[in-house]
Write a protein of this length. Structure first.
Length: 180
């Protein structure tokens, strides 16, 4: 079994700008630069043979590069159950189409349909025992986040291994997206 997800990796200058905001929140487990990504589809634990089928299906998914912008910040959870802070991704029809195509590839590979709504973001930190008011203050201090537009012409299939210090990701396959 292997735990997989498809994602886009922001360019280094965008990731470094995000890293500059990774401070001022006690109890935050800030994600390292190499872990910052925009998930297209989380596939979960799947058999190696299904992973091979998924790889074949994903190879034809990315038809055009996407142009994205980051916009605002937020948190997942509420009250005492806050578990992550994130940077948002501005609405992008190209990104939504790519995520839908990854979903369709997953189904063709035999995986169950995703039931959660797609909410593109970059997780900046996982939270443990943080004060809700501290998270609210961090959001207020960072909510005007805006990145310049950036173009991505590839996405990856990543494996994820859980460790005591969080998840560790490894690029398994890179899929180039054609011109257009």
């Amino acid at each position: 079994m292997i735990r997989l997800f498809a994602a886009l990796t922001p360019p280094p200058e965008i990731a470094e700008a995000l890293a500059s905001r990774q401070q001022g929140l006690a109890g935050a487990l800030w994600r390292p630069l190499e872990a910052l990504h925009i998930t297209l589809r989380f596939f979960g634990e799947i058999a190696e043979t299904t992973a091979d089928d998924l790889d074949a299906e994903l190879s034809g998914v990315g038809r055009r590069p996407v142009i994205l912008e980051l916009s605002g910040v937020g948190a997942f959870g509420d009250g005492g159950d806050l578990h992550a802070v994130w940077a948002g991704v501005a609405e992008s029809p190209g990104l939504r189409q790519l995520a839908r195509r990854c979903e369709m590839a997953a189904r063709r590979a035999g995986l169950e349909a995703e039931t959660r709504s797609y909410r593109p973001h970059v997780t900046l930190a996982y939270l443990s025992g943080v004060e809700p008011m501290a998270v609210a203050a961090w959001i207020q201090a960072n909510n005007l986040l805006r990145s310049p537009p950036f173009r991505l012409d590839a996405f990856g299939l990543y494996s994820s291994r859980l460790g005591a210090d969080g998840s560790h990701y490894r690029l398994e396959r890179l899929y180039r997206m054609g011109g257009g």
